[in-house]
Design a protein around this ligand. Sequence first.
Ligand code: SF4
Length: 474
Amino acid sequence: MLDKFKDECGVFGVYGNAEASKLAYLGLYALQHRGQESGGIVASDGGTLRAARGMGYVADIFDEQTLAPLVGTSAIGHVRYSTAGESRLTNAQPILIDCVHGQIAVCHNGNLVNERELKDWLSSQGAIFQTSSDTEVFLHLYARSQAAHAEDALIEAASQAQGAFSLLFLLKDRLVAVRDPHGFRPMALGRLGDAWVVCSETCALDLIGATYERDVEPGEVLIIGPDGLRSVRPFPRAALSHCIFEHVYFARPDSLVFGESVNQVRTNLGRYLARESRVAADVVVPVPDSGVCAAVGYSEGSGIPLQFGLIRNHYVGRTFIEPQQSIRHFGVKVKLNPVRSILQGRRVVLIDDSIVRGTTSRKIVKMIKAAGAKEVHVRISCPPTVSPCFYGIDTPRRNDLIAATHTIDEVRKYIDADSLQYLSMEGLLQSVNSHRERYCTSCYTGRYPVPFPRDEAAFLQLPLGLDTRTQIDR
Ligand code: SF4
């Protein structure tokens, strides 16, 4: 499979529409890029919450029959890639429980950095965990709360969490959206007639014909119920840390995240990259799909024509059968194929959004050279990724990130490119039009806005010279 940071999760909620579960299904369909391992929907008819969850893609999990029992005018849904906890059905979300405060369902995009401490404490108090995901912690904290009102119990639970959380809770007559005070993960609020919609990215609003109203603000709790929408801000203020990687890679280019067009930011990344790392070449070729917008920007900035010299097969499923006589680089070949007529005899600028372990980049460069390219100059639309993420993205550990343990020239040699350049941190921050100080850039700097677990800290603090796990095979 392609060597990328893994997408995290996507959440979608709707309140006040007779077809709530069908809208949730469509919303999740639009958010499928944020998680492909499992999906689920919980709907409320005002008295009872009902759930349907499964492994795999949204279109495979749900059909008319699965959606039929999910009656009611409010629903929440989730697509998941396992950033915390392994991949199995019991970890699929939303998680639905019944407790002293009544039925409640939750779904979560993000990752708690104090999960271990909270779980240890809850276990010592007798809590029994059904899943290995950090999201369940919220439900245990909620169930134990002595607060008289369910909303207060929810706020009390969320107040004990540290890290990244964009959460949706569904109660029998209310939908509650909670975003952590740092605002790591995006969350948008929309309107569909009289109904309210809350979702990870605005592309989900577009699909169901809803209008974008605004973002759910960092640190904001939105309570949507029979009396309308109410906003409270129960958490202490914190420095904002929007995940800049949402713009670089994760989010769909047709979405607005953190108030900015992803397409626009990604195109800017390419323009700055062209300014910083010009090279004499004949053609700009994106690694599809995530490199396309930056390649457009690079082409505009450099004046070198853009052509689609790599074609992506969009219909590759989760697994594929390989012939017994194994084919070299099959995993990449089955997804990407070079266009010889574009590449033959040309000097190629290859635009990609990141290099993680370097394994895929190496195969792609080889593929392009085998198709007849004279030179391959790799340009990456962000700085070298040198540190893992603890805020909701599945990343390898530091020692497996090639740029953390090798110089840029060593990486260039490994991927066998004629030249390699990354976008500078300044170029990255210039590309987000507003409020550069609001972004988390920890995977490029190793400076973390929210402290992470001690064992990870020890691992990260290994001096570079002692790293032995990533060996470059030449
Ligand atoms: S560490 Fe990187 S991937 Fe994680 S939240 Fe920060 S910018 Fe995003």
